[in-house]
Ligand binder design. Structure first.
Ligand SMILES: Nc1nc2c(ncn2[C@@H]2O[C@H](COP(=O)(O)OP(=O)(O)OP(=O)(O)O)[C@@H](O)[C@H]2O)c(=O)[nH]1
Ligand SMILES: [Mg+2]
Length: 389
């Protein structure tokens, strides 16, 4: 063996020994260099519903290890810049407590992501106390500026009243409600600009009285960040056509004005049966959302929201934030940036998404029935989603 060869072998020996020592002594090094973690970097944008997400389980780093925690502050924080956003009323307190309790039990007691609670009026002290007792995670309570909430002056009230009366006559749910319309408009165009939310990039929308049926053993925010995902859902369904008679037409007009915002390889095939002539009413059910607020804050989405807002359809009709968010995601994003989280068992009355694969259901110790999952119910759009995968 010549001298060069000997040197190479010695250097290799030192590297392997060092790697071995670090693997044994530093759990974070061990995780970062594990085969699953290394291969995750090569998986690219695509992902399947039953993909192994253990590389995004940072609980070992976050659990109360005195070496990791320093006066309650993580020295080495592997978490994403993320928050839960809860929009609710004081009277929703019992439902909020139930939602937060389940979120903590199934996910956040390990991760302690913060919460932002938003309301159109001041939060009552008792509500704050009932929520704060549930977790040590940071909680902030904010009031929405009136200008981001109430029906704008430039809306023609006579036309809005006619629109509401029509929907009431037709028996459409919340057809006569102005506050419901305020809520939909706020969720479409304002929540991500609220001062308490502004500092975060990622959010998980949490409504009152929803249920989380499975242990969530990985960090969906980190997963999305590393995979460059933008929008995630668990349930998709058809919208009531009567609430959005002109939304598609206006969206297509906007798309013609701004072809530069339309993504190649978008999800048009999910929302239209005929390449864009008409809308099939499919949308992601937005009471559950995990998403990148940089998308809502982008020029494309802000222009789209302002365009829609000026048309007045949030008040003259009853445009929901669900179809508005969904159409933006479907058209302005390549479809691989939209994520379906099969493993997150989720319920908002009357529908439940329950993981379909037995292995996923067992691993999540899910409390939902796989047979009663909404995924392939006649009213679900999951088959439309599947066809574009
Ligand atoms: N502060 C405040 N929050 C509201 C208002 N209306 C609705 N919300 C909240 O916004 C979220 C969505 O409203 P919901 O009334 O549940 O709307 P929805 O899910 O379409 O309707 P349901 O099927 O009845 O649940 C919930 O968390 C509500 O608590 C309101 O006028 N003020
Ligand atoms: Mg609701």
């Amino acid at each position: 063996m010549n001298l060069t060869m000997r040197y190479i072998l010695i250097v290799l020996g030192v590297i392997i020994t060092l790697h071995y020592i670090l693997t044994l002594t530093h759990s974070s090094y061990s995780e970062a260099t594990s085969l699953s973690s290394l291969t995750s970097h090569f998986r690219g944008g695509s992902s399947s519903a039953d993909e192994d997400k253990s590389a995004y389980d940072t609980r070992p780093l976050l659990n109360l290890d005195p070496d990791v925690y320093n006066n309650g502050t993580l020295v080495h924080d592997p978490r994403a810049n993320a928050t839960f956003v809860v929009l609710a009323r004081n009277t929703d307190v019992d439902g909020m407590v139930r939602s937060v309790r389940e979120m903590e039990d199934r996910f956040n007691r390990h991760w302690r992501y913060p919460y932002v609670f938003l309301n159109d009026v001041e939060w009552e002290e008792e509500v704050k106390e009932r929520l704060r007792v549930l977790t040590t995670a940071k909680m902030e309570f904010g009031v929405i500026p009136k200008s981001d909430w109430v029906q704008p002056d430039w809306i023609d009230e006579e036309k809005a009243t006619t629109g509401r009366n029509k929907l009431v006559e037709e028996g459409v749910i919340y057809g006569g409600s102005v506050s419901y319309r305020n809520m939909c408009r706020f969720n479409s165009g304002f929540f991500f600009r609220h001062p308490l939310v502004q500092k975060y990039r990622w959010y998980w929308r949490l409504d009152s009285d929803v249920h989380f049926h499975c242990d969530i053993n990985f960090d969906p925010f980190l997963y999305m960040e590393e995979k460059e995902k933008v929008y995630a859902f668990t349930i998709t369904m058809y919208e009531f056509e009567k609430t959005i008679p002109t939304l598609w037409e206006e969206t297509m007009k906007f798309a013609k004005l701004h072809p530069e915002y339309i993504a190649e390889d978008n999800a048009m095939g999910f929302v239209s049966e005929n390449g864009g002539s008409t809308y099939n009413l499919c949308h992601f059910w937005s009471n559950f959302e995990i998403a990148d607020m940089d998308f809502w804050r982008s020029e494309a989405y802000m222009d789209y929201f302002d365009y829609l807002d000026k048309k007045g359809g949030f008040y003259y009709e009853r445009w929901g934030d669900a179809p508005v968010h969904s159409l933006a995601a479907a058209l302005f994003l390549p479809k691989w940036k939209i994520q379906f989280f099969d493993e997150i068992g989720y319920e908002h009355n009357p529908y439940t998404h329950c993981p379909q694969k037995e292995e996923t259901w067992r691993k999540g110790r899910c409390s939902c029935s796989r047979q009663r999952s909404f995924d392939y119910d006649g009213y679900s759009c999951m088959s439309k989603w599947d066809r574009i995968q």
